[in-house]
Design a protein around this ligand. Structure first.
Ligand SMILES: Cc1cc2nc3c(=O)[nH]c(=O)nc-3n(C[C@H](O)[C@H](O)[C@H](O)COP(=O)(O)OP(=O)(O)OC[C@H]3O[C@@H](n4cnc5c(N)ncnc54)[C@H](O)[C@@H]3O)c2cc1C
Length: 297
């Protein structure tokens, strides 16, 4: 084997796993395409000691610190395929090279499928948001919106009232009597009209344009995106994948090992809900579990 461990994805989970394996003096190869899920946001919130830091700067610092360990090799490349081999795994890089390791950690993250509405894409991570814990504080007490996408949006709208006056934009969807009663009880305003698009200067949001010609003032719009795995590698290795509330989740045990022995998964792809702190914690678990399996396995 060329490496003790290969890590597919050098975001928050992957770099955390690599750091612990490096500190255990193991030979680690990280493959990364450099597109962390939160790259659309200028500031990352809630990560201890880094509240408000730029996400790319946090990752750049982690990369630089890792490169001080001689046993770590970080390659800017996409893992295109993986297969199980005797006592380990072989991973193909998109450029054609194949590398091998005894353990494989998947940390390739998710991408979000956004609603196809004018003005959403360019505001994603700025004024179109999914997580109030990440970005809600910055819009405290301003008019807030939730775009109905699934029945979960009803729950989301009730939660968002913690941060400011909230309108649920049904965009043509219908509510049950019970859902409407829950929303009224939390003071959520319900707007039934179909949504045409978002308006505002640059990436600011000032209004939701409605199909009946009205426009509704709002400073931030929450949506519940469906999140998809960035890579088919887990499927290729026959790891079990469950359907979670927001999309697929690679099934892992308490050590972050998948249903395939020696294969670990960490970060957004192997949990719900998601955050940088949880991704880092999962990466630490996967890294230390893989290390113990190298020693005792
Ligand atoms: C808009 C937005 C804002 C957010 N803001 C916050 C916030 O303020 N605070 C917070 O705690 N959380 C925030 N999050 C959540 C946070 O981004 C994720 O929880 C975190 O990025 C998950 O880390 P990860 O390592 O699992 O995945 P990622 O950080 O997404 O890293 C995955 C890495 O794998 C790489 N990769 C993908 N496929 C391959 C492949 N085949 N081969 C090699 N490399 C590959 C990607 O390029 C990427 O670098 C936000 C999310 C979004 C969408």
């Amino acid at each position: 084997m060329q490496h003790d461990a290969i890590i597919v994805g050098g975001g928050f989970a992957g770099l955390a796993a690599a750091t612990y394996l490096a500190r255990a003096r193991r030979n680690v190869r990280i493959l990364d395409t450099g597109k962390p899920r939160n790259r659309f946001a200028e500031a990352s919130h809630g990560f201890l000691g880094q509240d408000g830091s730029n996400p790319a700067e946090i990752l750049a610092a982690a990369r630089a610190q890792l490169q001080a360990y001689d046993s770590v090799e970080l390659t800017d490349a996409r893992a295109s395929e993986a297969r199980a081999i005797e006592n380990g795994f072989a991973v193909s890089l998109a450029q054609g090279e194949e590398i091998t390791a005894r353990k494989l950690i998947l940390a390739f993250g998710l991408h979000d499928e956004l609603p196809d509405l004018p003005g959403v894409q360019e505001r994603w991570g700025k004024t179109v948001l999914h997580c109030p814990y990440c970005h809600g504080f910055e819009f405290s007490d301003r008019p807030l919106g939730v775009l109905y996408r699934t029945p979960m949006s009803v729950h989301q709208a009730q939660l968002i009232t913690e941060w400011g006056p909230t309108t649920l934009y049904l965009n043509g969807a219908e509510l049950s009597g019970n859902e409407a009663a829950q929303l009224y009880a939390r003071g959520v305003r319900i707007e039934p009209a179909p949504v045409l698009g978002l308006a505002g200067k640059g990436t600011d949001l000032s209004a939701i344009e409605l199909a009946d010609g009205r426009s509704s003032a709002v400073s931030a719009l929450y949506i519940a995106p469906r999140s998809c795995l960035n890579s088919p590698v887990a499927e290729q290795l026959d790891a079990r994948i469950d359907e979670g509330p927001m999309g697929p989740i690679i099934h892992t045990d308490g050590d972050k090992m998948t249903t395939v022995p020696g294969l670990y998964a960490a970060g957004d792809i192997a949990r719900a809900p998601h955050s940088v702190s949880w991704a880092v914690a999962d990466g630490v678990t996967a890294g230390t579990s893989a290390h113990r399996a190298l020693v005792f396995g």
